[in-house]
Design a protein around this ligand. Sequence first.
Ligand SMILES: *Cc1c(COP(=O)(O)O)cnc(C)c1O
Length: 429
Amino acid sequence: MQTEQSRQLFQKAQTLIPGGVNSPVRACKSVACDPLFIARAEGSKIYDIDGNTFVDFLGSWGPMIMGHNPPPVVEAIKNALANGTSYGAPCPAEVELAELVCGALPSVEKVRFVSSGTEATMSAVRLARGYTGKKMIVKFDGCYHGHADSFLVKAGSGVITLGIPGSPGVPDDIVKNTISIPYNDLETLEKTLRDPKLDIACVIVEPVAGNMGVIPPKAGFHEGLRSLTKELGIVLIFDEVITGFRLAYGGAQSYYNIMPDLTCLGKIIGGGLPVGAYGGKKEIMNQIAPEGPVYQAGTLSGNPLAMAAGIATLKALSAPGFYDRLNEKAADFAKSLTDIAAKHMPATTLNRVGSMMTNFFTASPVTDFTSAMQADPAKYASFYREMLAQGIYLAPSQFEAMFISAAHSPEDLAATLEKTEWSFKKMSK
Ligand SMILES: *Cc1c(COP(=O)(O)O)cnc(C)c1O
């Protein structure tokens, strides 16, 4: 594989942009190679500037559930573009997307659009604190909720990859208000939430963890979380930035039938453009300015191009059978992958929910951050490089998800399995 153009551009990028990238995991450090610069993407494929073609399973870290550049979304963006790129004033598309989101997610009665997942989670926590008048937030080890100060405590892939526990620049005074506890551990959760000394405003959770590799909730985990928070008057925030419109049209909350108080969205909701959102019960959402006193704003929020992309995406996803087909395709793929691994790389564990999955290089079950850390990132790195060299583009870290999209053809998936088998065989020699 020829990568000279990417290599040269990365050299230059590093003199101009910290680490040469605008988001850390993209630098591919944990898989010990340089990042490839992408020239374009279409359907299930991405193309780098050296002319290499890859079947893409990163999907821009989740948004590209229909593959790249689906025609209805491209068309919608073009149509919106003809009318200008930003107004700083209300536009009809905001109301249309809000109606779609509230219609899709059973717990969301009102929604506010922002421009990233980070803004969504940061704002939802401020709202929960404003609404309850309480201070502490509870999160789970290995869950990532964007890069706001309060969340950079045991925060999953990006920081694991860099080998730093939190981040310099985040004052202790801020993180002392964040409690991080093990995922899937109801006992610790109950003890924490019932502690009378703690003044807890909210619990924020990835309903399926995606940022320490994919980890499903154990049976009863969400039910316990919901009933405890309800009993104690603690706001339950589902961070559905990955799972929203990924597991089902109604997100993880309809997949698991749990109604959170607030929901954060991002990734898929923008159809590849920068959009985030948070929403929930009217009673809580009405606390947001200008209706209420909790301040949150955004110059480009509700941007007409981004709204148009979101509307076109959601309309396509609401087609009958979309998620059944996607999840079934992913299940078949995962089954074949498990069979291949059993033969050639038995020390692996595949976790999957719907169309998101991670093959961990460890033989033991992965149910939380501690067990995820049993996986061997060096093995994953070798696997990643073998696959890349054969034209398969995976997430550049063991602790991320592989996403199946509607654009992956049977041929794409068959080729990927064949190359996986070849890589496993080569690695176990
Ligand atoms: C990606 C992600 C975020 C942050 O979204 P950005 O758009 O990158 O700011 C928040 N929560 C979860 C669960 C995510 O996966």
